[in-house]
Design a protein around this ligand. Structure first.
Ligand code: ASP
Length: 276
């Protein structure tokens, strides 16, 4: 983690905490925490989103709140800085959960969302050569996410990503899929995932962790057991933020590193890239 990334994570935690401290909803805190990270260009989301193999940034995001179990998501959106806000708008302004592709981008533009277009030379790769490049994945991640609990006892979770290295155009990972990349339920807790999306989808990891909380597992145990299964059964890799409706939380990862942090409002926000 660079010092710029650490400072940005701390700033994002402060934005989220101050919103909660002033009585704002967990949903708003999650959205605005993620917006700081998307705008920074320092992570694989928003301005810093990774390119797909045809040289285009296509981004995914989702958000969910645990009181009424409302959720919104966008997949494969282009040219906007804040996919997390587009996801919140899907949740609040429509009766749908997920919008995709150019029509999700069109939806976001109806709300005059700030635009961003990364200038990259178009890569004229044939589909065959894209498939070959895909096979040598570098496996770097960097998705951004947040979970929060507000004064009313409502939890929320969100995530925003540019995807993984060497994606075929049109690839969508776990991040916009409710129950996989995020889940939030006031009866259990809120979960936000990062990692290899294909493996996270196959085990519906975020909902899997919430189900274990329902059974009485602590956040640390629930996260550990589901991540162990992810590695053992399908050689997956992931990291998670887990927060219960009583305010217990854990950050765990099966990957060697995961940049993340938390703040109780006292001292400086804690930011690290290894949690055990
Ligand atoms: N989970 C994201 C995806 O597969 C990538 C990441 O977390 O960095 O699209």
């Amino acid at each position: 983690m660079t010092s710029l990334q650490a400072a940005c994570l701390q700033a994002a935690l402060q934005v989220g905490y101050h919103l909660l401290d002033r009585g704002s909803s967990a949903l708003l805190a999650v959205e605005h925490t993620i917006r700081v990270l998307e705008r920074s260009g320092l992570f694989n989301a928003g301005k810093g989103a990774r390119l797909q193999l045809d040289g285009i940034q296509r981004m995914d995001a989702s958000i969910m709140e645990g009181d009424s179990l409302r959720a919104g998501a966008v997949a494969s959106v282009e040219g906007i800085i804040h996919p997390i806000t587009a996801a919140r708008l899907v949740m609040e302004e429509t009766d749908h959960v997920l919008l995709v592709g150019s029509l999700a981008t069109k939806f976001a533009r109806c709300f005059k969302m700030e635009r961003h277009r990364l200038q990259t030379p178009l890569r004229h790769l044939s589909y065959g050569s894209m498939l070959k490049r895909k096979k040598s994945s570098l496996d770097r991640h960097g998705t951004v996410g947040a979970v929060a609990l507000d004064r009313t006892g409502t939890v929320a979770a969100g995530a925003s990503t540019g995807g993984i290295d060497r994606m075929l155009p049109g690839r969508v990972g776990d991040t916009p899929i409710i129950g996989c990349g995020v889940y939030a339920d006031n009866e259990t807790g809120a979960v936000s995932m990062t990692g290899w999306g294909e493996s996270i989808i196959r085990l519906a990891v975020a909902k899997g962790i919430c189900d274990r909380l329902t059974k009485g597992n602590t956040p640390a145990t629930a996260a550990r057991l589901v991540l162990q299964k992810l590695v053992a059964r399908i050689d997956g890799s992931a990291g998670c933020l887990v927060l219960t409706h009583q305010g217990r939380f854990t950050i765990r990862h099966s990957t060697p590193h995961m940049m993340a942090g938390y703040w109780s409002g006292r001292g400086a926000p804690v930011v690290k890239d290894v949690f055990r």
